[in-house]
Design a protein around this ligand. Structure first.
Ligand code: C5P
Length: 290
């Protein structure tokens, strides 16, 4: 892209419609089978050229979900790897409008990292192939690769980095809420007792393909729900409130602490959202499959 041009990209949140932990690996990670769905809830990231070697990160809406803006931020970690991977004299000023809450099981940080890889590849005219971006993504985290694929939903295996896109044959709407306290992913995994019998994602995959909301609601599963509830009493309380208010099952995304309900239509989601505004949650949002 030309030196004068900026680039703004959406960085979407995901929810997990299925998550089974198939075993513990020798590298300390867990072998997963999970179905991720890209949603309409997005951060927005703007990339602008800067003098060679300079990288900076700013957040435009500091009152919302504050993220660390130092080198620990996955956006800057991704940008630094890209600087090292190629020989061009480039730099970037990056600004983020953050809407996705942290420690929420929505992969906000991972999505931001993927968006940084895609955005800087474009801004700096690097033309790195998708395979290289996937390799860098997997070196930075387990959930980043999903967001490099141009798909609404995928089965993710391995640590989560092996992505197989699947078809979504209809509209799906959800309302999500997160209690004041978030969940730390390593703590949730370390509370887990590995299952004797594994659940499979076939029913969720079939429901997404058919577009049938009732079938989807009947097949959602998350193995991490049990250990997460042991760690986060606020989440347990919020799940009970959500269930009573919306009169339907409540599910957790990723390692939490965001929980969600399935809605029949966009109108149903709008009504549920209004009802959820009275709950003890720091974040409430409609989410559509996107
Ligand atoms: O890879 P990512 O940074 O998302 O992982 C965060 C933490 O979650 C890991 O350090 C690990 O404790 C846990 N994790 C795991 N197995 C996975 C993915 C994550 O144990 N497949």
């Amino acid at each position: 892209m030309a030196e004068s041009e900026n680039l703004t990209l959406h960085s979407p949140a995901k929810i997990n419609l299925f998550l089974e932990v198939c075993g513990k690996r020798s590298d300390g990670f867990h072998e997963l089978e999970t179905v991720m769905l890209r949603t309409s809830l997005c951060d927005s990231i703007t990339f602008a050229h800067a003098p060679a070697g300079q990288l900076s990160l700013h957040q435009t809406n500091t009152s919302a979900h504050d993220v660390p803006l130092d080198d620990s931020n996955l956006i800057l970690r991704a940008a630094n790897v890209l600087l090292l991977e190629q020989s061009k004299a480039v730099g970037a000023h990056i600004t983020i409008d953050k809407q996705i809450p942290l420690q929420a099981g929505l992969a906000g940080g991972s999505s931001n990292a993927a968006t940084a890889l895609l955005g800087l590849n474009q801004l700096w005219n690097l033309n790195l192939p998708r395979t290289v971006l996937h390799r860098i993504a997997a070196s930075l985290g387990s959930d980043i690769n999903f967001f490099l694929e141009d798909c609404t939903a995928a089965i993710c295996r391995g640590r989560g980095e092996l992505v197989t896109p699947i078809r979504v044959g209809g509209e799906f709407h959800f309302v999500a809420a997160r209690p004041a306290s978030g969940n730390a992913t390593p703590a949730v995994f370390s509370k887990l007792h590995l299952p004797d019998t594994l659940h499979r994602c076939d029913d969720v995959v079939a429901a997404l393909d058919s577009g049938r909301v009732t079938e989807l609601a009947a097949s959602i599963f998350n193995r991490l729900t049990q250990p997460a509830t042991e760690l986060n009493p606020q989440m347990v309380q919020l799940m009970a409130q959500m269930q009573q208010t919306a009169k339907r099952p409540v599910f957790m995304s990723g390692s939490g602490s965001t929980c969600f309900v399935v809605c029949d239509t966009a109108g149903d989601a709008a009504n549920v959202l209004e009802d959820f505004r009275t709950l003890n949650a720091v974040f409430v949002s409609k989410l559509a499959a996107a």
